[in-house]
Design a protein around this ligand. Structure first.
Ligand code: PLP
Length: 319
């Protein structure tokens, strides 16, 4: 199963997910064509941009003779979840280094990872910051033996290469492409694929997303040898930071899902679409323009967010 050919040419992950047009009157009335590349539909577990960021890493691990792959992430990480699924599907042992302490019962993300055969190593928040240091990687090697290491978020040059293929099969014309940004690896891939065509907007889901400008520029240059200026990072729609939410965001998501029949979540795609809607509403785009948004998946994270959302909405009702 671990044959690289089986990884890239598998028949379980849909390489031709649809592009759907948003028919919401709020958007239509502004004269904007809003398209969604439904990468959330590529696979139920190994979904969204995480499949693309993992795929060439899986191939490299296989070609270099690794049986075991290790990656990093928070307790609700889509990257941890996707690697666990990939390990089970393609026959790798997997290790997830998780930021923070074990919390029981296991949340749905970690529980899925463990059920898929992933071994979990918990790392307190201070040590997690030094996760890439040689001394910590050596500690892990002493414990687990040889492994192929994928950084947090699946973002390395092979991750960027894979991400660049997200828009490979899109045949619609568009003026803008946009996606949510955590590490910016997906955005970098899109910029490279477009090679100067159209405008690219990345929506930071972090409150300190300024670093993304430099990081994305670096990743684009390392992977393509080029510099482009047809892209921007939008910093206004993080809602206070990573996984921070408020009732306005949740109400937006509920309305969006009802009207468009597309599920989104509050950590990445909810903030992306909230931002896009706001930019459309405030006239950022010209009438007649087409915006392609990337639905990067991540819906598994919803399970873990539900208690927080219930608390938020209940609090609101009591006021
Ligand atoms: C990880 C993730 C992102 C962010 O991707 P980066 O390449 O790290 O910027 C966006 N959306 C979803 C759903 C994700 O899981």
């Amino acid at each position: 199963m671990k044959d690289p050919k089986n990884i890239l040419q598998n028949d379980v992950i849909n390489p031709n997910t649809p592009v759907e047009e948003i028919t919401d009157p709020v958007i239509k009335n502004m004269g904007i064509r809003l398209l969604v590349k439904r990468e959330d539909l590529n696979h139920p577990f190994l979904s969204g941009n995480k499949w693309h960021k993992l795929k060439y890493n899986l191939v490299a691990a296989s070609e270099d003779g690794f049986d075991t792959i290790l990656t990093f992430g928070g307790a609700y990480s889509n990257n941890i979840y996707a690697l666990a699924a990939a390990g089970k599907m393609f026959g790798f042992n997997t290790i997830g280094v998780i930021r923070g302490h074990e919390s029981l019962p296991l949340n749905p993300t970690v529980s899925f990872a463990v059920d898929s055969g992933m071994r979990i190593y918990y790392l307190d928040k201070d040590s997690y910051r030094k996760r890439d240091s040689n001394s910590f990687v050596k500690t892990l090697k002493d414990k687990y033996g040889k492994f192929y290491l994928i950084p947090e978020g699946g973002t390395n040059s092979l991750g960027v290469k894979g991400a660049s293929e997200i828009i490979l099969n899109v045949t619609d014309n568009y003026d803008y492409v946009s996606c949510a940004c955590g590490t910016g690896g997906t955005l970098a891939g899109i910029i490279i694929r477009l090679a100067g065509k159209a405008q690219v907007l990345g929506f930071s889901v972090l409150n300190d997303g300024n670093f993304l400008v430099e990081d994305v520029e670096k990743m684009v240059f390392q992977s393509s040898g080029c510099k482009y200026d047809n892209w921007d990072i939008i910093l206004d729609y993080h809602f206070g930071g990573y996984a921070k939410i408020n009732s306005e965001l949740i109400n937006f998501i509920n309305r969006f899902e009802k009207i468009n029949n597309i599920k989104i979540e509050p950590i990445y795609t909810g903030k992306l679409f909230y931002g896009i809607y706001e930019l459309i509403r405030t006239g950022y785009f010209k009438r007649g323009e087409t915006i392609l948004t990337i639905h990067t998946g991540g819906l598994q994270g919803m399970l873990g967010m539900e208690p927080k959302i219930r608390k938020l909405l209940n609090g609101k009702n009591n006021n």
